[in-house]
Design a protein around this ligand. Sequence first.
Ligand code: NAD
Length: 248
Amino acid sequence: MKVIIMGYGRMGREIEKILQERGHQIISRVDPGGFGDELTPSEESLTAADAVIEFALPLGIEKNTALYSQFDLKAVIGTTGWTDRKETVLKPFENGKGACLYGSNFSIGAHLFFRLTEAASKMINKVEEYDIMLTEYHHNKKVDAPSGTALTAANLVLKNMDRKKEILPGNPQGAIKPEQLHVASIRGGHIPGIHTITMDSPADSLEISHNARNRSGFALGAVMAAEWLLKDKSGIYTVDDFISDLLD
Ligand SMILES: NC(=O)c1ccc[n+]([C@@H]2O[C@H](COP(=O)([O-])OP(=O)(O)OC[C@H]3O[C@@H](n4cnc5c(N)ncnc54)[C@H](O)[C@@H]3O)[C@@H](O)[C@H]2O)c1
């Protein structure tokens, strides 16, 4: 694949490594901050590329998607913070030119964790002896708690377990109610993200844990998603479409 890397920040550099490892050709690194090869994508680059992987900032993303469609590119968009403008941002792909795949979490490991959480919740729903809880660890600079990943997993538990009805974040004040799902957030150090579902009975305990070592999991998922789009896809997809095709 011939790829434009749009946004050459922390994620752009991870994407670059994975593209090189998988034998793809990088046409241009584009970044208005002056860190890449071009400040904006040139017509030459847009014509030469067959895919673009964007992990940038959401301001002005409409201009990017219009260009991607105009030049018939397969676009993977990992940039977050624009879904309130979804209609305008994705509109260019409605005319059948180019293809777009977007999502807020491209980590295949995180999606495996969601699938395993869903399957485990369905099973222990049938065995009343087991209670279930969730912990997540992140570095001391993370601003949101619980994390988005923890909330996605917690909502999967609620959806699949009749006896759990609500998420209890933070530190409980006294005993928790049986219908509450405790989601504990621990902050400190440099941890990129550990999410663990614990299932506990009087006799034993089981854990499903996802431990992200760095950002490369997001980059691998995004590059694999671009490879997937290149297989004759046109129109608009979410990361779930790609993951379902990969795992189901
Ligand atoms: N979907 C996922 O799985 C996932 C994972 C990690 C990060 N992200 C998102 O990816 C984006 C980038 O994250 P990061 O950690 O690399 O940030 P970063 O700040 O390290 O890098 C962003 C880069 O984009 C550049 N940029 C800004 N506007 C641009 C534009 N219009 N076109 C091209 N480049 C532009 C900036 O100059 C900067 O170098 C953020 O939106 C972040 O939330 C998504």
